[in-house]
Design a protein around this ligand. Structure first.
Ligand code: ZN
Length: 84
C-alpha cells in the first residue's frame, strides 16, 4: 500500500511591504492588514476566503535576545535586569 497525496486546498500568502510592517504599532498593523485584504478581494477573482496571519517573534525587552522560556517574566538569565 502506498501513500496517496490529495490536494484539498491551496492558500496564497501575501507579505505586506516591510516598511508598513516595521513602523506600525500592533493595532494599526491590524487595520493595515485588513485594508490589504479588502484590496485583494476587490481586485482579484477566484478568492473564496482570506485569512490574516501575523508572524511574531519574542525577544527580551532589555537586551534583545530571543525569548526562550514559556513564561513572560524570566528568560533564562539572558540579562541581569530583574522585573520585581
Ligand atoms: Zn535580556
Amino acid at each position: 500500500m502506498a501513500m496517496k497525496l490529495t490536494y484539498t486546498g491551496v492558500s496564497v500568502i501575501v507579505d505586506v511591504e516591510r516598511p508598513l510592517a516595521g513602523y506600525l504599532d500592533s493595532k494599526n498593523l491590524h487595520y493595515a492588514a485588513r485594508d490589504v485584504e479588502d484590496q485583494i478581494k476587490r481586485h482579484c477573482d477566484g478568492i473564496d476566503s482570506t485569512e490574516i496571519l501575523f508572524r511574531t517573534e519574542k525577544t527580551c525587552e532589555y537586551c534583545g535576545s530571543n525569548w526562550t522560556e514559556d513564561g513572560d517574566i524570566y528568560n533564562g538569565g539572558c540579562c541581569r535586569r530583574v522585573l520585581w
